[in-house]
Design a binder for this molecule. Structure first.
Ligand code: FAD
Length: 503
C-alpha cells in the first residue's frame, strides 16, 4: 500500500517545531509532528512524571545506565552521577562527541522540558551582527514580543528577590560581582514566579524547590507542551506521533517521503514505516536537523543539498565554573533551581561574557557560587556524515574551547581577587576550574542565508524547511530559546504568506 500522505510534516517538537506546527494548524493545514521522545504526562510509581536531580532514576536519561550530569564530582567524590538501571527513553540526552558533550531534551516539548527556562532577548547590536540579513526592526518590534508572550515569559518580583532565602545564592554572587566592579541584571524566565512564591510557603507541591530541573519539572514551568503545543493541538489540525524517529528523507514528486522508526520506551524497534508529505519542516534541533540533512546528502537521497550543511556550529560560548566562598558567606541550603540573575560583562571589548548565577541545589550548605557563562567564542565546529555509524560526527578540537575559558577567567579572576576567594576544583574531573567541554546551547549546522535562504527554505529544495537552532550561526550572547522561537515565528509567517497560501 502507498504510504500515508500529510500536507505538512514537522520533525521534532522543540521550539522551532512547535511554533511552525501551531501556525500551520491555525492556517487550516493538516500537520503531523514526529517526535523521537516520549509524551511526558504519565506519572511513575512515585506519582510524579519526572524525577529530581537528587534522586534520579531511569526517567532521567535517554538510554543510559548512569546519569551524565554537568558536574562530575562533589568534593572530588563520585557522588553526583548515579546508576539508573535499564536504559530507557528518559528526558535528557547528552550526545558525546570528541571534546564536546551536547545536552538536549527528548520528549514532547524538546529542550523546554529540561532547560532552566531563562528567557532573555539578545542585545540588538549583537543580534544584528550575528544575523545581519534579518530585519531587526521586525524582530524587535513584532516577533520577540510575540515569542515572549506566547512562551509565558515573566520576571521575579524585585522585593521577593531581595528577601527570600531561596535566592540567597544569587544575592551573594551579585554582591561579589558588584564589589569587583561588574554589573548584574535580572533574567526573565518561563517558570511561573508566582507559583514559586507559593512553593516556598508550602501552599503547592514543590518543583523548583525540590531539586527539579534538568530531568524535568513536575510543576511551575511553562514548557512548550503547556504553551505552543497545547495551542497547536487545539487547532484540531495537528497530531503528534511519539517514540518515533525520522531516519531518512527522499524526494517524491513535489514533496518528500520520510522514513520512520518507532520504538517502545525500552528502545525495542516495533515498527519501520514511511510517510509522504507536501512540505517538510525540520525542527529536530541543531544536531538532529543537521544529521538528517547530512545523511540525505551523503547517502544520495537528496544529493543536491547545499555544501554549507554541517558548517558553522558553535556552543554559544558556554563555560561553567564555580567559586569557593568564605565560611561567613553561606549561599543557603534551600535553593531554587531556576536562575534569576546574571553578571553582565557583555560590553567588554576583549573578553565579553554574560554569566548566569546558577544554583547548586543539593539540600546542604555548600559555600559555592556556580555560574554558566555565555561568552564570545569565534571558533566554529563542523559536522560530517559517518557512513559506518550512520550518524553525524562533530569536529571540535579541545583548543576551540579556550576562547570561552579566557573570557570567563577574565571575569572570575577579578571577582576572586576582589573577594579573596578561589575557584572550586572539586566539581570537574582533572581538578579543572572551568568546564567548556559540554554545552547547553548548540547552535548552527544549517545556517540561515547559507544552507537555507533568508527564511529557512533549504536551497534547491522547494517544500523543505529548517525551523530550529541549526539556523543560528553559533552564538547569540544570551540563552537562545526566545530567539529560536521569534525567528521561527518570522520564518513561518513568510512561508505561509508566499509558499503555502494556495494549498
Ligand atoms: P529542541 O528543543 O532541541 O527540540 C528538538 C526535538 O526534536 C527534540 O524533542 C528531539 O527529541 C527531537 N528529534 C531530534 N531528532 C529527531 C528525529 N530524527 N526524529 C524525531 N524527533 C527528533 N535555553 C534557554 O534559552 N534558556 C535556558 O535556561 C536554557 N537552559 C538549558 C538547560 C539545559 C539542560 C539544556 C539541555 C538546554 C538549555 N537551553 C536553554 C537551550 C534550549 O533548550 C535549546 O536551545 C532549545 O531547546 C533548542 O530548540 P530547537 O527548536 O532547536 O530544538
Amino acid at each position: 500500500a502507498a504510504p500515508p500522505y500529510v500536507p505538512a510534516l514537522v520533525v521534532g517538537t522543540g521550539y522551532g517545531a512547535a511554533v511552525t506546527a501551531l501556525r500551520l494548524g491555525a492556517a487550516g493545514i493538516k500537520t503531523t509532528m514526529i517526535e523521537m521522545g516520549q509524551l511526558w504526562t504519565t506519572p511513575g510509581k512515585d506519582g510524579k512524571v519526572f524525577c529530581s536531580t537528587l534522586s534520579p532514576d531511569r526517567r532521567s536519561m535517554w538510554f543510559n545506565r548512569k546519569t551524565k550530569a554537568p558536574l562530575d564530582t562533589f568534593l572530588w567524590l563520585d557522588v553526583v552521577n548515579r546508576d539508573i538501571g535499564t536504559p530507557y527513553a528518559g528526558v535528557l540526552d547528552r550526545i558525546d562527541f570528541p571534546n564536546m558533550g551536547v545536552y538536549v531534551g527528548r520528549g514532547v516539548g524538546g529542550g523546554s522540558l529540561v532547560n532552566g527556562g531563562m528567557a532573555p532577548t539578545p542585545q540588538r547590536a549583537y543580534f544584528e551582527k550575528m544575523l545581519p540579513q534579518v530585519d531587526a526592526d521586525a524582530m524587535y518590534k513584532r516577533y520577540f514580543p510575540l515569542a515572549r508572550r506566547m512562551l509565558g515569559v515573566n520576571s521575579i518580583d524585585p522585593h521577593y528577590l531581595e528577601k527570600t532565602p531561596i535566592y540567597k545564592f544569587a544575592r551573594v554572587s551579585r554582591r561579589h560581582a558588584h564589589q569587583a566592579g561588574f554589573k548584574t541584571t535580572v533574567i526573565p524566565n518561563v517558570y511561573d514566579f508566582k507559583y514559586l512564591q507559593r512553593e516556598e510557603k508550602k501552599q503547592v507541591p514543590r518543583s523548583a524547590l525540590a531539586g527539579e530541573v534538568i530531568y524535568g519539572n513536575n510543576h511551575g514551568k511553562q514548557s512548550l507542551d503547556k504553551t505552543y503545543l497545547a495551542d497547536a493541538l487545539g487547532t484540531g489540525n495537528v497530531t503528534i506521533r511519539t517514540l518515533t524517529r525520522v531516519t531518512t528523507i527522499h524526494q517524491q514528486g513535489k514533496g518528500y517521503l520520510v522514513g520512520l522508526e518507532q520504538i517502545d520506551a525500552w528502545g525495542k524497534v516495533i515498527r519501520r514505516s514511511e510517510i509522504s508529505c507536501g512540505s517538510l519542516f525540520l525542527g529536530a534541533g541543531s544536531v538532529g536537523t543537521t544529521e538528517l540533512l547530512l545523511r540525505a546528502r551523503e547517502t544520495g537521497t537528496l544529493p543536491d543539498l547545499p555544501a554549507a550543511i554541517g558548517a558553522g556550529w558553535g556552543t554559544n560560548g558556554n563555560v561553567m565554573t564555580a567559586r569557593a566562598n568564605h565560611l561567613w558567606d553561606p549561599t543557603g541550603s534551600l535553593q531554587s533551581t531556576i536562575p534569576t540573575l546574571a553578571i553582565d560583562n557583555w560590553n567588554h571589548p576583549k573578553y565579553p561574557s554574560f554569566a548566569e548565577i546558577a544554583p547548586l541545589p543539593v539540600g546542604i550548605e555548600t559555600f559555592a557560587s556556580l555560574y554558566l557563562a555565555i561568552t564570545v567564542n569565534p571558533e566554529r565546529g563542523r559536522f560530517t556524515y559517518n557512513h559506518n555509524t550512520d550518524r553525524a560526527d562533530l569536529h571540535w578540537g579541545a583548543h576551540q574551547s579556550t576562547p570561552s575559558i579566557r573570557s570567563a577567567q577574565f571575569l572570575f579572576d577579578k571577582i576572586n581577587k576582589a573577594i579573596g576567594t578561589t575557584y572550586r576544583r572539586d566539581l570537574f574531573t582533572g581538578n579543572r576550574a572551568f568546564a567548556a567541554d559540554f554545552c547547553y546551547h548548540p547552535l548552527g549546522g544549517a545556517l540561515l542565508g547559507k544552507a537555507t535562504d533568508n527564511y529557512g527554505r533549504v536551497r534547491n529544495h522547494p517544500g523543505l524547511y529548517v525551523t530550529d537552532s541549526s539556523l543560528i550561526p553559533g552564538s547569540l550572547g544570551v540563552n537562545p530559546f526566545v530567539t529560536i522561537t521569534a525567528l521561527a515565528e518570522r520564518n513561518i509567517a513568510q512561508v505561509l504568506a508566499s509558499d503555502l497560501k494556495r494549498r
